[in-house]
Design a protein around this ligand. Structure first.
Ligand SMILES: NC(=O)c1ccc[n+]([C@@H]2O[C@H](COP(=O)([O-])OP(=O)(O)OC[C@H]3O[C@@H](n4cnc5c(N)ncnc54)[C@H](OP(=O)(O)O)[C@@H]3O)[C@@H](O)[C@H]2O)c1
Length: 382
């Protein structure tokens, strides 16, 4: 089966390496025929081209693997490939979460499918396990530490009593955090992964912008000191719950009990857990990123397509996100407390308080009304 690879960076090179090496008979059935690169100096392999039409118009290429990242031209190239009847495998969560509806419709119209195992959890077999679980059970909910960078930062802040900015700088020096870390620390990377997990777990497509999202950019060591003094550990958590006609979904720092298995996930590891009736809670732990683990997931998708074994059918229902039923107690630190008037249960310091049990919608509305760019909010797990 011949493949056109878009992007020859961390993931793309990993995909090319695994397929070229051909360690198993299944992988030896695959061939990377063309590799799209952007610049002249990247033409390091005779298969490289800077012209996407050489991939698009090659009838031998049945699968286009998109590992370029970003929204455009990744979205346009993926759509054009689907319209030519080619399968898409992508590791690009940001692009797919934003354009799910559009790309799935193009796939259905052209009798092909979009596959995205690597886009969420890297090499952890999270998406594949959802397919397997769903052969027997409906998935009711999931929760996860989906982002290794923020987990690394929170772990080091906790262990060393260090400031956020110092740990972020160290993470950037070690290559764990991007030069522009916004997608990670503001929760947007997790938001895309939550949106794609909703697709896989519940067969539903949501508008990614409806997912309530808080990050850790404003966290201070005093927040973690309060958390630790109460026998808790702070983790950035993404969740989704299926309610039939709607989905609740959010990204929020949570003060988890120390005995929660999620509290002990170290450094840049991920953990993602599904809940379903007969299987109960089933969690998957591992490195959610990296060249070869992520490329492994891409190649698994390709083999599934070749063997016709991936049950992915891109016919999905578009449903709203509604977090009214998500109720909890929230820890908030802000100098602008008027917005939370009537919602505060007790102060824990001059600037920080915990709320009464309120809905996530109320908490998010008050946080927005406070209009305080230093505000930090976390949910205190029951
Ligand atoms: N790295 C991971 O561990 C990991 C894990 C899971 C998912 N992902 C996702 O996988 C995707 C790729 O990540 P990555 O880490 O491999 O990124 P990367 O190292 O930056 O690789 C992307 C490559 O695509 C190239 N590219 C960008 N636009 C292009 C265009 N128009 N035509 C041809 N080539 C183009 C880039 O070239 P330039 O460098 O010249 O721009 C770069 O070589 C992202 O969506 C990422 O979120 C990554």
């Amino acid at each position: 089966m011949k493949i056109g690879l878009l992007g020859h960076g961390v993931v793309g090179r990993g995909v090319r390496e695994i397929i070229d090496e051909g360690a198993t008979w299944e992988v030896r059935e695959l061939e990377v025929k063309r590799i799209l690169v952007k610049d002249e100096f990247e033409m390091v392999d005779p298969r490289c081209t800077m012209d996407f039409s050489e991939i698009l118009n090659d009838p031998e290429i049945e699968i286009v693997v998109e590992c370029m990242g970003g929204l455009e031209p990744a979205h346009t190239y993926a759509k054009q490939a689907l319209e030519k009847g080619k399968y898409i495998v992508t590791s690009n969560k940001k692009m797919l979460a934003a354009y799910c509806e559009d790309l799935f419709a193009a796939a259905v119209a052209n009798g092909v499918t979009v596959h995205y195992e690597a886009s969420c959890g890297g090499g952890i077999p999270w998406m594949a396990s959802l397919d397997r679980t769903r052969r027997v059970d409906d998935i009711e909910s999931f929760r996860g530490i989906f982002n290794g960078t923020t987990n690394y930062i929170l772990e080091r802040m906790k262990k060393e009593g260090a400031d956020f900015s110092d740990v972020l700088k160290a993470a950037q020096e070690l290559g764990y955090a991007e030069r522009d870390p916004s997608d990670d620390i503001d929760g947007y990377d997790v938001r895309s992964k939550v949106a794609l997990s909703v697709v896989k777990a519940f067969d539903k497509v949501v508008d990614v912008s409806e997912i309530t999202t808080f990050g850790i950019r404003t966290i201070k060591k005093e927040d973690l000191a309060y958390c630790a003094a109460n026998g808790r550990t702070c983790k950035l958590i993404g969740t989704g719950t299926d309610h039939g006609d709607y989905v609740s979904a959010c990204v929020i720092p949570m003060f988890l009990k120390d005995e929660d298995i999620f509290s002990n996930i170290p450094l840049n590891f991920n953990v993602i857990e599904s809940n379903s009736k007969t299987l109960g809670a089933a969690a998957f732990v591992g490195q959610g990123a990296g060249s070869l683990p992520t490329a492994h997931a891409v190649v698994q998708n390709i083999i599934d397509i070749w063997k016709n074994q991936d049950p992915e059918i891109n016919e999905k229902f578009v449903k709203p996100v509604d977090n009214q039923t998500h109720k909890g107690v929230f820890y908030v630190r802000t100098a602008k407390q008027a917005a939370f008037s009537g919602l505060i249960d007790r102060h824990v310091s001059e600037l920080a308080f915990v709320t009464k049990k309120i809905s996530l919608v109320e908490a998010a509305a008050a946080a927005a009304a406070a209009n305080d760019e230093t505000l930090f909010i976390a949910e205190v797990a029951e």
